[in-house]
Design a protein around this ligand. Structure first.
Ligand code: PLP
Length: 447
């Protein structure tokens, strides 16, 4: 974009008039307006009040944990069984297996689907590294599909061209709590006979056309790690309506020992990826809060989008039409520095934090991560795959749209969406104020 838009110019003129006057702040800690110099240049921050803290707990969790402690049964037992029934019912899946963490849920699924050496697994480059680590742990090849920068999700239109006879599995990630384009992915996978494992680790209660994400593919993985919308410090779950898969998953995560099976009669491969009763007790307690928290996040997320879409150069992540419910693990938007006086994203993030709005730049491209490259260059991979195959993979795995997304992304944490409407107004006010002062901030930061 050449020069300043009329809106930017007008807001700069307004800001100039107010420069030096400082912003008035109400007793609630909200400035409630965008005028005044940016805090990073010495102005009064838009807000000083903290956003809601996380996790949320009270005597419900305390009593549940004390109950486990006193019971003397600390490893998986009736409380885990109860949580699994609750979570299966909540998602509409026939079965739920609670696991030590989300990575374990993914690894269990890949193991029972027999993903292994020589297989290709279709993954997005814009996800938490665990999605890829599970594939690498199985010594399979991650085939990265470029991102749809409008939605931050995998660009599902590109999947078909990436399928080969080696393609063993497709892992769409419902990134940030919004949904990947399942209308494109599920029919394609079905027509090619390739199973779909949904990585729903960020999408508790998210929905696609009225059905809970994680329940639409062959299986779905969830995380209950501390940052996630349902939290037991660490924890995870695999859901599926395939009874055979559920039984195999149980045996795998239980060191090759099937449900109800004792006597050291091992069946198939295995690891110990079990959850504890402590985690299950916390999860059942936290579940009583999940629906209300999800409703609050959804309302605030939608409201914040209405405030931000009018700001030139801010592009909130769009949702596909089929995403009937966004779980909002993250509030994500793209930032265009040209409409902010050339202020680079890192400077924008610093300026936001100075206004009292914590924000981050999100993921780096996983297709270029040193950990992934190192594994693909490892002894194990060299023994399985030819150098031609690995060299060709590097070319197939280029994701230029995702590189751009990683440069332009801005994230707000889900906990911020648990606040009030006034909190969301503060976010928009801070962005407007930084836009008005963008060129001045850019000059100051680069000098
Ligand atoms: C958190 C997360 C995981 C891994 O879950 P852990 O519980 O941390 O092992 C996997 N995939 C995605 C997309 C995640 O956000």
């Amino acid at each position: 974009m050449a020069g300043l838009s009329r809106r930017t110019f007008l807001s700069m003129a307004g800001a100039a008039a107010a420069f030096g006057a400082g912003a008035s702040r109400s007793a609630s800690g909200h400035a409630g307006q965008a005028s005044g110099p940016p805090a990073i240049l010495g102005g009064t921050p838009v807000r000083t009040a903290p956003f809601p803290t996380w996790p949320v707990s009270d005597t419900l969790e305390e009593q549940a944990l004390a109950g486990v402690l006193r019971s003397g049964r600390w490893n998986r037992s009736s409380r885990t069984d109860a949580f699994e029934r609750e979570y299966a019912a909540l998602t509409g899946a026939a079965h739920c297996l609670a696991t030590a963490n989300g990575t374990s849920a993914l690894l269990t699924a890949l193991a029972v689907l027999d993903v292994g050496p020589g297989d290709e697994v279709i993954v997005p480059p814009y996800t938490f590294v665990a999605t890829i680590n599970a594939v690498l742990q199985r010594l399979a090849l991650p085939v990265f599909i470029d991102s749809d920068i409008d939605t931050f999700q995998v660009d599902a239109r590109r999947i078909e061209a990436a399928i080969t006879p080696m393609t063993k599995l497709i892992i769409p990630v419902h990134l940030g709590g919004s949904a990947a384009d399942l209308d494109t992915i599920l029919p394609l996978a079905r027509s090619r006979g390739i199973p779909v494992l949904e990585d729903a680790c960020q999408a508790h209660l998210g929905e696609w056309r009225g059905r809970k994400v994680g329940s639409l593919g062959l299986a779905g993985a969830f995380s209950f790690q501390a940052s996630k919308n349902l939290n037991s410090g660490e924890g995870g779950a695999l859901i599926t309506s395939d009874t055979k898969l559920a039984e195999a998953a149980y045996a795998f995560h239980n060191n090759s020992t099937p449900r109800g099976g004792g006597g050291f009669a091992y069946r198939g491969p295995g690891l110990n990826l079990r959850i504890t009763e402590f985690q299950a007790a916390v999860l059942s307690s936290q579940l009583t809060r999940l629906a209300a928290q999800a409703a609050r996040r959804e309302e605030n997320g939608a409201y914040l989008t209405r405030q931000l879409v009018g700001i030139d150069g801010i592009a909130p992540a769009k949702m596909y039409a089929g995403c009937t419910r966004n779980a909002y693990h993250l509030y994500m938007f793209r930032y265009d520095a040209t409409t902010f006086g050339g202020l680079p994203r890192e400077g924008f993030l610093r300026a936001l934090r100075a206004e009292g709005i914590p924000a981050s730049g999100g993921y780096t491209p996983l297709n270029k991560a040193a950990s992934v490259a190192g594994t693909l260059a490892s002894k194990a991979y060299a023994r399985i795959y030819s150098s031609d195959t690995l060299a060709a993979l590097a070319d197939r795995n280029l994701c230029p749209a995702n590189d751009r997304l990683c440069r332009e992304a801005v994230w707000l944490a889900q906990t911020m969406l648990l606040g009030s409407r006034a909190d969301m107004d503060d976010v928009a006010a801070a962005v407007r104020r930084i836009q008005a002062g963008g060129a001045a901030i850019a000059r100051t930061l680069s000098s």
